[in-house]
Design a protein around this ligand. Structure first.
Ligand SMILES: Cc1cc2nc3c(=O)[nH]c(=O)nc-3n(C[C@H](O)[C@H](O)[C@H](O)COP(=O)(O)O)c2cc1C
Length: 340
């Protein structure tokens, strides 16, 4: 049976083009983040606490918001009110940038998927740091800094040459780490040319080495977000490099470039997420867990209790959701957390 979101809100959102719907939803949540009554209303969706400790942090429940939904960190109080166990904002880049030309988000409604080629449209590290600083300085109140862990996902600015990636990530790290409970390094988005080659051993060592040096005092957990399309040998090397550099966790996975599960007529260039990614992401979680003791945060095709359980059974410690939330709304979170 369809829930209230699926019956009333989704048809309205899906009558808009996907990016307009996204901006509308974010604008509502941003607005709600400043209104006591609205936050109280959103809190009615919350599930009972199912605490989980990882990376030296306590998560009220293991289901978080995946990166990309709130790229600029404009609605933290609303996400916390909705009951997410943690919130990952970003991807933020050192420079503000507009991303790729529109249209750049496509719905695959029948398949319960999305394709996006946004290309890290975001306000840039300085603006996001300033926004987070203001929220943190706001007086203790219901719409202040959230009580759940906040991760900040950083990536490479489009105009920065690949060889200078490390300095670019370091800049974002310096500006943003004071506000982050963990920092996620996005080296797996398919929409920034060359970015995924940062998963290759030589480049990843340089990047992790630079961030590790920078992280000596802050000691924030560094987490690497990987692609589902890595070949077995590349995965082995990537894991070895992460282990050598004391990476705290791996987010498995980002969107996929493998579009074989969707009809060619609907195909678009970009990263595929949602139900068509589910199996591939779960297989990747299983592969990573079999090769390493680095804790895994699973992302990809989590839509309901069964798909969430599947990721936990594959060995994931925490879960993240994006596309499933767009299709199923706030109830999906409560449903999953209640069942855990
Ligand atoms: C429209 C859209 C934008 C995204 N933007 C980002 C991003 O900026 N950084 C990132 O690491 N992942 C991004 N992702 C990937 C998601 O965080 C997630 O890893 C992926 O969609 C798989 O999970 P899902 O099937 O629950 O959506 C984006 C996904 C979508 C659909």
């Amino acid at each position: 049976m369809k829930n209230a979101y699926e019956r009333f809100v989704r048809p309205l959102l899906f009558s808009l083009d996907p990016e307009t719907a996204h901006h509308f939803a974010i604008a509502c949540l941003r607005g709600a983040s400043h209104v006591d009554l609205a936050l109280r209303l959103l809190k009615s969706f919350q599930a009972p606490a199912k605490p989980k400790s990882l990376f030296g942090l306590t998560f009220p429940n293991p289901v978080g918001l995946a990166a990309g939904f709130d790229k600029n960190g404009v609605a933290l109080p609303a996400w916390a009110a909705l009951g997410f166990g943690f919130i990952e904002i970003g991807t933020v880049t050192a420079n503000a940038q507009p991303g790729n030309p529109k249209p750049r988000i496509f719905r695959l409604s029948e398949q319960q998927g999305l394709i996006n080629r946004l290309g890290f449209n975001n306000d840039g590290a300085d603006a996001v740091a300033e926004r987070l600083g203001k929220l943190r300085a706001s007086p203790e109140s219901v719409w202040g800094w959230p009580a759940v862990p906040v991760g900040i996902n950083i990536g490479k600015s489009e105009t920065t040459p690949l060889e200078q990636s490390a300095a670019d990530y370091v800049y974002s790290f310096q500006r943003l780490h004071p506000f982050a409970d963990y920092i996620a390094l996005n080296v797996s988005s398919p929409n920034t040319p060359g970015l995924r080659s940062l998963q290759v051993r030589e480049r990843l060592s340089i990047l992790l080495g630079a961030l590790r040096a920078e992280n000596q005092t802050a000691r924030k957990p560094l987490i690497v977000k990987i692609a589902p399309d890595l070949l077995p040998n590349d995965l082995d090397e990537m894991i070895a490099t992460c282990e050598e550099n004391e990476v705290a966790g791996l987010i498995v996975t980002n969107t996929t470039l493998d579009h074989s599960s969707i009809p060619p007529a609907l195909d678009q260039e970009g990263g595929l997420s949602g139900a068509p990614l589910r199996e591939k992401a779960t297989a990747m979680v299983r592969a990573v867990v079999s090769k390493s003791t680095i804790p895994v945060v699973a992302s990809g095709g989590i839509f309901d209790v069964a798909s969430a359980r599947e990721k936990l059974d594959a060995g994931a410690q925490l879960l993240q959701i994006y596309t499933g939330y767009i299709y199923r709304g706030p109830d999906v979170l409560r449903e999953i957390v209640e069942a855990l």
